[in-house]
Ligand binder design. Structure first.
Ligand code: EPZ
Length: 387
């Protein structure tokens, strides 16, 4: 099991290029099941969830080839199996994304219940009923694309990744209106053809680097990112005193050291993203004053708090609220990652802690961040991977 070893204390300076969005590339890969034509994806992040999805699709009979330039070619000429095996589904909940396309293309699908993971139970009842859920909305949009007649999704998720998938499906010949709003109308068509699609930048990776610049009082240009996908996060960081500039290339963060404790509540997009909550908590340990962080989306997404406390952070958990008292000095420690975004939170804390932090179980991190230690090292972080 790999570990990351970080020595705190350097201000991060320089330019970092954001990878493609994992949560956009995953449904885009699943969408290849909807057609016998060739699907080419560009800007695919080379992270473990993507490799798991490649394995899953190959088991279903899809030809999947990755090129070194972050492009992927997929072709589901014929479906060999309708079942997503449990040994894959249990490692990645997003495997449930093959449910809709398999059903639409072949008329039936068997996907083991994804099971909960660290951050919560994560049932899929809404995928069946169709209420506000990101992958549920994506599953239903894909299934409805080849269904007879019109399907209307009420209370649909509005994430940029949902919009990105709708744009790809429409280029394949689907008839989808309203993606990005709470009501999505889908006119089923008889068949879909292959297409080329460029995956949007990863807004959560971009947000993570904005926090890295803020917490180290650094100066980072976050390139290949789209500030329009992070408005609530940028607004909140500015409210906390972080200097953020946005432009056509992406955005830049110019830390000025004076961080103000600022409350945050996570909600469905376009509100503050739950996937940025752990990173924000690390930042608030360095802000002057008391901040209240309320997590409304997942019932168990504060596991990073106990590890931050072991580094000296002053945090109290009260149900769905974390109360952070800053500004407090953090000390390097041996800590354990519990989930994808918790790992990012521990890296951010380690960047400003006194001394050395060793983070264990970084396989959580490798699910969703591509070469993050190389990107951080390129802007001055003292970080290395211990095999
Ligand atoms: C997507 O997960 C993302 N994953 C998650 O990112 C993200 O945290 C989440 O949306 C919320 O934004 C992908 O897109 C692959 P949900 P998803 O269905 O679709 C409950 C990351 O860090 N719920 O919107 O699984 C659920 O338990 C990951 O990249 C039901 O109760 O999330 C959760 O509490 C972590 N029944 C809430 O709704 C259902 O049928 C939101 O879940 C579905 C969901």
């Amino acid at each position: 099991m790999d570990k990351l070893r970080i020595t705190g204390g350097t201000r991060l300076k320089g330019r970092v290029k954001i990878s493609g969005a994992k949560n956009s590339a995953l449904p885009a890969m699943a969408a290849s099941l909807l057609t016998a034509g060739e699907v080419t994806l560009e800007n695919v992040p080379l992270v473990n969830d993507i490799f798991t999805t490649r394995r899953l699709l190959r088991e279903l009979g899809v030809i999947v080839e990755f090129e070194p330039d972050h492009s992927a070619r997929l072709r589901a000429e014929k479906i060999l199996s309708h079942e997503a095996p449990y040994d894959l589904v249990k490692t990645m909940r997003a495997s449930v994304l093959v449910l809709g396309p398999l059903l639409a293309r072949t008329g039936h699908a068997r996907v083991s219940l994804p099971g909960g993971c660290a951050i919560g139970a994560r049932p899929i009842n809404l995928h069946i009923q169709g209420k506000i859920t990101v992958t549920g909305t994506e599953n239903l949009m894909m299934a409805a694309s080849l269904a007879h007649g019109q399907t209307i999704l009420q209370n649909a998720a509005r994430e940029p990744e949902v919009v990105d998938l709708a744009e790809m499906l429409n280029r394949m010949g689907a008839k989808i209106d309203g993606a990005g709003t709470p009501t999505i109308k889908i006119e089923g068509v008889h068949e879909l053809k292959g297409t080329m699609h460029r995956v949007i930048p990863d807004r959560i990776e971009a947000g993570t680097f904005l926090v890295a610049g803020a917490i180290t009082n650094g100066d980072i240009e976050v390139l290949n990112s789209n500030p329009n996908h992070l408005t609530s996060v940028i607004e909140k960081l500015r409210e906390a005193g972080v200097n953020i500039e946005t432009g056509p290339e992406g955005m830049a963060v110019r830390g000025n050291g004076a961080l103000k404790a600022t409350d945050v509540v996570t909600k469905e997009y376009p509100a503050f993203a739950t996937d940025m909550q752990a990173q924000y908590m690390a930042l608030m340990t360095q802000a002057n004053g008391i901040s209240f962080i309320t997590e409304n989306i997942f019932e168990n997404r504060f596991m990073h708090a106990s590890e931050l406390m072991r580094m000296g952070a002053n945090i109290r958990i009260d149900g769905s609220r974390a109360i952070v008292s800053g500004k407090g000095r953090l000390t390097g420690a041996n800590v354990i990652a519990s989930d994808l975004r918790a790992s990012a939170s521990l890296i951010l804390a380690a960047l400003i802690a006194d001394g050395v932090t060793v983070i264990d179980r970084v396989y959580h991190l490798d699910r969703g961040y591509e070469k993050i230690e190389e990107k951080l090292r390129s802007i001055g972080a003292q970080i290395e991977r211990l095999k």
